[in-house]
Design a protein around this ligand. Structure first.
Ligand SMILES: Cc1ncc(COP(=O)(O)O)c(C=O)c1O
Length: 458
């Protein structure tokens, strides 16, 4: 066992012992260290993480007001699931769900859940689709062994995860070059009596556009009438659920459409809360399959739970409520419009450089710029991503589109609340300079390419 440092050790007196020692990384440490050393150890390592201010990849909130941060910090000890001891936090969750149901035009009383993010909300929403389908089939004496779910190649990976984890056949509409969302014509041929539902995206991870949700709704409403087959529509509004209501309030994608039975949204994306909160909202209480609700009384009172996780912090729920009351419709509209104006300013600057083609810039879109290089360059999007990070530290993701559009390479810049017009100008100039460097030297070295940020962002 390693001797703990004595109080007379110079490292204790004058410095941080990890200046001259490796950090514990494999074996469970025999001895501990002072709180100051532990803090410095963690802090110093994290100094090499990506700088959120230059992170153009993430959809997730990287800045909140000091007042919101105070609420978060003061409530970190609070276990959200402990409804018996923390009933006010539970009530605040319910307020958030009611407000979201109102924002999404739910016709009446409804229900929903706070989740860890959209992934958990999607798992729960899709499980409810599966259970409701099973109930309908069993009631009619029909087989329940071959459920399928329809969605486009433009969905987030969580949808395929759901299908694999919960034994549902994924029926995926492939994308094509120039067509990065799906519509009713793509969905119709895939529907049969084993379809538990259709998932459509509002604000895709790849280009920020929306599937033709109204078109898919009309298709499903027609099928319900003509074939008496009720295929529900779930909207994955992970990003779009806090953008469309404020930027495109007349665009119908939510419970104004009769087949939309459930919606998920990430509070930690355009809901403007730090990571750790998502929401699932049902159209009506009856859209939640009752079999998925569990009742327990471990924590002092009988409680109904509909979650994949149990214990979790209450802070982000409280922070979400803070944002709802702090901003209201007017405030969210202001923030979304500001981001959209800056995204357009960036798009204009990039167009002006003459090196890029914008993807779907005139359409309803999240506040981001998706773009690719024009033909005939001696370098590609991955090279540019590398060069830009090397020259100025910007993290601009490059990725290929999903099948069958994988030949298309895309760059995508999220334009967040913290990216000022001044920084937009700087970013555009930096992109121009990185292009000029690449023109001269040609593409990046293979070893540089290996370091490119290729994820679509989260
Ligand atoms: C369209 C879409 N759905 C689902 C998710 C998963 O969301 P979360 O990270 O909140 O679990 C994302 C994340 O980027 C997304 O863009």
């Amino acid at each position: 066992m390693k001797k703990p440092f004595g109080s007379d050790d110079p490292a204790v007196l004058y410095g941080n012992r990890f200046l001259i020692e490796d950090a514990p990384a494999a074996d469970f440490p025999d001895g501990g260290m002072s709180a100051l050393d532990a803090m410095r150890l963690v802090d110093e390592e994290l100094a090499l993480e990506g700088d959120p201010q230059r992170n153009l990849a993430t959809f997730v909130t990287t800045w909140m007001e000091p007042e919101a941060q105070r609420i978060i910090a003061e409530n970190l000890y609070r276990n959200f699931i402990d409804h018996a001891e923390y009933p006010i936090s539970a009530e605040i969750e319910q307020r958030c769900i009611r407000m979201l149901a109102d924002l999404y035009h739910a016709p009446g009383e409804t229900t929903g859940a706070r989740t860890q993010g959209s992934s958990e909300a999607i798992m729960l929403g899709a499980l409810s689709l599966k259970w409701k389908w099973k109930q309908r089939r069993e009631a009619a004496g029909q087989a329940v062994d071959k459920p399928n779910l329809i969605f486009g190649g433009d969905v987030h990976v969580v949808w395929e995860k759901f299908c694999r984890y919960f034994d549902v056949e994924p029926r995926i509409v492939p994308l094509q070059e120039g067509k990065y969302t799906i519509g009713p014509e793509d969905v119709e041929p895939l529907i049969d009596e084993n379809t538990i539902g259709v998932a459509a995206v509002l604000g895709t991870t790849f280009t920020g556009h929306a599937d033709d949700i109204a078109g898919i709704n009309d298709l499903l409403a027609g099928i319900k009438k003509e074939r008496e087959m009720d295929v529900p529509l779930h909207v994955d509004a992970a990003s779009g659920g806090f953008v469309w209501p404020f930027l495109y309030p007349d665009s119908k994608w939510d419970f104004r459409l009769e087949q939309v039975r459930s919606i998920n949204v990430s509070g930690h994306k355009f809901g403007l809360v730090y990571p750790g909160v998502g929401w699932l909202v049902f159209r009506e209480e009856s859209d939640l399959a009752e079999d998925l609700v569990f009742y327990e009384n471990y924590l002092g009172k009988t409680d109904a739970t509909f979650t994949l996780n149990f214990s979790t912090g209450a802070s982000m729920v409280l922070a979400q409520y803070y944002n709802f009351v702090r901003l209201g419709r007017q405030g969210y509209t202001y923030v979304m419009e500001a981001m959209q104006k800056n995204a357009r300013a960036l798009a204009d600057r990039l167009e002006g450089l003459g090196d890029f083609e914008l993807i779907g810039a005139g359409e309803e879109q999240l506040p981001l710029v998706a773009f690719k290089l024009v033909e005939g360059k001696n370098y590609d999007e991955f090279d540019l991503s590398w060069q830009l990070s090397a020259e100025r530290g910007w993290m601009l993701p490059a990725y290929t589109m999903p099948p069958q559009a994988e030949a298309v390479k895309v760059l995508r810049a999220l334009v967040k609340e913290t990216l000022s017009r001044q920084q937009i100008d700087r970013l555009a100039s930096d992109i121009g300079e990185a292009c000029a460097t690449l023109e001269k030297k040609g593409g990046a070295h293979p070893s540089e390419r290996k370091q490119v940020k290729t994820g679509t962002g989260y």
